[in-house]
Design a protein. Structure first.
Length: 285
């Protein structure tokens, strides 16, 4: 038990400084945590980091999406190189801006939800990470360094739109459940593009990397990046920009790859607000 306690103490300190991006990560893990996470004494630094991130991601994958985003920022597990050199204070600032949460809420959700989940996983004795997963993570980091956009799985989920659930329902489900990244203007309003006879549309993206790619190709689209949910965005659009549709992962190049792009018409945006109740549920409470 003393070994597990020492491993927990090490794990709960990994968010300090640059998190898992720190120099000497293997020393920060300590022998007990390395043993629990299957980190070998001869593993090079990039493999140590890959195994560490994958063990953390096992925990984050079971959390509420907002809490998972907080935990990823806390430990600096992002595949976005813009995060890698940031200290904890700077990462918290980015989380506040990106998630639109107060510092107090960030601290509470990390301390009350993310950290206990991590501790529970260590006490349960995590299994080693499969070698194929380690190689995939190493490849993803190499692609990130080369400037390829990180893949958090959202694109693949869009690509799996299939019957028997209709494509529209799949699109609505995606927009309800996945974080969406867009822009606000200086007054804090969502940035909407007027397409003339084709209507008004708000571009949103499944990853910040896709948003950044779109910016240089469309000079009319500018502002301050933020992250929200589909229902929250729908309520805001209906209140501030009625008659506006959502364009998810739009591609500025007319000949670009549209397989990860879809739109919700203005009348469909309102369906993101629908509260679905199980059959027979007493609506009067």
């Amino acid at each position: 038990m003393d070994q597990v306690k020492r491993a927990i103490d090490r794990a709960c300190s990994l968010h300090k400084s640059t998190g898992v991006r720190r120099t000497g990560l293997d020393r920060a893990l300590g022998s007990e945590l390395r043993a629990l996470w299957g980190v070998g004494a001869s593993d090079p630094p990039d493999r140590v980091r890959a195994k560490t991130v994958l063990q953390l991601e096992r925990v984050f994958g079971g959390l509420d999406p907002v809490v998972a985003a907080v935990a990823r920022g806390w430990f600096n597990t992002s595949l976005d190189p813009a995060w890698w050199g940031l200290n904890l204070t700077s990462r918290k600032r980015r989380l506040r801006d990106g998630l639109d949460l107060s510092q107090r809420t960030l601290e509470r959700r990390f301390g009350d939800e993310a950290q206990p989940a991590l501790i529970a996983s260590l006490r349960a004795g995590p299994a080693p990470v499969p070698p194929a997963d380690v190689l995939a993570r190493l490849d993803a980091e190499r692609r990130a360094v080369a400037g390829d956009p990180p893949d958090d799985g959202a694109d693949e989920r869009i690509g799996r739109f299939r019957e028997p659930v209709s494509p529209l329902e799949q699109a609505l489900r995606f927009a309800r459940e996945e974080p969406l990244h867009g822009l606000r203007d200086r007054e804090g309003r969502p940035v909407v593009l007027d397409a003339g006879e084709h209507g008004a549309w708000m571009p949103v993206f499944s990853t910040r990397a896709r948003l950044r790619e779109y910016l240089p190709a469309n000079p009319a689209f500018g502002g301050f990046a933020f992250t929200s949910t589909g229902p929250k965005l729908a309520a805001e659009l209906i209140a501030r920009h009625p008659g506006t549709g959502l364009a998810v992962n739009p591609v500025a190049d007319p000949e670009g790859d549209l397989r990860r792009t879809f739109t919700l018409l203005p009348e469909q945006v309102g369906e993101l607000l629908a509260i679905r109740r199980p059959p027979g549920e007493n609506r009067a409470g």
